[in-house]
Write a new protein. Sequence first.
Length: 132
Amino acid sequence: LPVAPARIEIVRVLDAFCAAIARRDVRAVLDLFLPRDDVMVVTSEDATLRDRNELEGFLERHAHSSTTYSWEWERWVVAVEDDVAWLLAEGVETATTPSGGVRAPYRMTLLCLHRDGRWRIAQAHGSSPHHP
């Protein structure tokens, strides 16, 4: 696969993932992941999701919560090797509740595989760096 177009596609996967989370669109988020049971997500909170069922349950709970998450990315780096790509995005997360919003530095990594003509997420990891 040509590297430059693949990098653009991986950033589009990141954008689609973040937009679907912000919309609370469980099906759209799940569709961005590989159609396998062993996908993984490590959230910036306590949740470590080790399979598709845990991911779906987490997304369903989020869809019914009062907090909406959104991200503004300041920079990202994408690497591609054949049908595997990985991304590191750095920016700011906003957690909005009925009482207001909280902004914090945020990092996200994605590991993606190219399958059936499109890039899909195999693993996602989000973190809020702590600055004492």
